[in-house]
Design a protein around this ligand. Structure first.
Ligand code: ADP
Ligand code: ADP
Length: 231
C-alpha cells in the first residue's frame, strides 16, 4: 500500500540545514498497525506528515497504492489525501465553537457530501465510538478521553484507508489512554491501516510493528508482540 524509497527531508532556515529524514526505506501493507518511536527531534512528526501527504520529501520516492506522491504540488497532495488519510493529534484539535456533531461533520462538508448522507455518516461514526449521546455537546464539556474519541470519529467520517495518529494518548491519563488504544486496535481489526507516533513503549506494543527512528534514520522495524506469547 505504501512504499517509501530513499526518502530524505531537509529543512532549510536562514543559516542552518536540518536533515530530518535520512534515507528512509519503509513498506507498509494494507491493514498494518505501525508505531513510530524515537527520541524528541529524531524525525517522527516529519515522517508521519510525509506519510500523511501533508508534507513533500526533499528527495526520494513515495508511492501510495502505486500512485507517485513525491513531487506533487500542495494542491495535488490535498487531492490525494481526500478519503485516503485521517488525522488524530495529541491535542485533539477540535473546534471549540462547534458541537461534537458539527466537528465530525466538517471533513464531509469539505468533501461536498450531501446533507442527508452527512447526517447519516455523523450519527454512524459517533455511535461506533460510543459517543452518540454527546452529539450536541461542546468539546469543552467533555473529558480528554471523550474529546479524543470525537477526534477519532472526525478522522473516520470520510472512511479513510489510513489513520495517522501523532501521540494520540500524549495528553491523556492512563485509563483514557488505554481506552483510546483499545479503540484504535478495534479499528485496525476491521481493516483500517494505522500509523501512530508514540512515546509510550506500552502503547507502542498495540501495533504489529515498531519503527524506531534515530537522527532521521530507521534503526529497527521489529515485529511487536513476538515474545508476548512465550513470556
Ligand atoms: P520529532 O517528531 O521526532 O520530535 P520532528 O520531525 O518534529 O521530530 O523534527 C525533526 C528535526 O527537524 C528536528 O531537528 C526539528 O527541529 C527539525 N524540524 C522539524 N520541523 C521543522 C521545520 N518546519 N523547520 C525547520 N526544522 C524543522
Ligand atoms: P513533537 O516533538 O511533539 O513532534 P515538536 O514540538 O518537535 O513536536 O514540533 C511541533 C511542530 O513544530 C511541528 O509541526 C514541527 O514541524 C515544527 N518544528 C519543530 N522543530 C522546528 C524548528 N526547528 N523550526 C521550525 N519548526 C519546527
Amino acid at each position: 500500500m505504501i512504499r517509501l524509497q530513499n526518502i530524505n527531508k531537509i529543512y532549510r532556515t536562514s543559516d542552518i540545514e536540518t536533515k530530518a529524514l535520512n534515507d528512509i526505506n519503509i513498506h507498509i501493507a494494507k491493514g498494518e498497525f505501525i508505531s513510530i518511536m524515537g527520541p524528541s527531534g529524531c524525525g517522527k512528526s516529519t515522517l508521519l506528515n510525509t506519510l500523511g501527504m501533508l508534507d513533500s520529501p526533499s528527495s526520494g520516492e513515495y508511492f501510495f497504492d502505486d500512485i507517485p506522491i513525491h513531487g506533487l504540488s500542495e494542491r495535488q497532495l490535498a487531492q490525494q489525501r481526500k478519503g485516503k488519510v485521517g488525522f488524530i493529534f495529541q491535542s485533539f484539535n477540535l473546534i471549540d465553537e462547534l458541537s461534537v456533531a458539527d466537528n465530525v461533520e466538517l471533513p464531509l462538508l469539505y468533501q461536498k457530501i450531501g446533507v442527508k448522507e452527512r447526517k447519516m455518516r455523523v450519527t454512524e461514526v459517533l455511535e461506533q465510538l460510543n459517543i452518540g449521546h454527546r452529539a450536541s455537546h461542546m468539546p469543552q464539556q467533555l473529558s480528554g478521553g471523550q474529546q479524543q474519541r470525537v477526534a477519532i470519529a472526525r478522522a473516520l467520517s470520510t472512511s479513510p484507508d489510513v489513520i495517522m495518529a501523532d501521540e494520540p494518548t500524549g495528553n491523556l491519563d492512563s485509563k483514557n489512554g488505554d481506552e483510546v488504544m483499545t479503540m484504535l486496535s478495534e479499528l485496525n481489526k476491521i481493516g483500517t491501516t494505522i500509523m501512530m507516533v508514540t512515546h509510550s513503549p506500552y502503547h507502542a506494543e498495540y501495533a504489529d510493528r515498531i519503527i524506531q527512528l534515530f537522527d532521521g534514520q530507521v534503526v529497527s522495524q521489529n515485529k511487536a508482540k513476538v515474545d508476548v506469547s512465550h513470556a
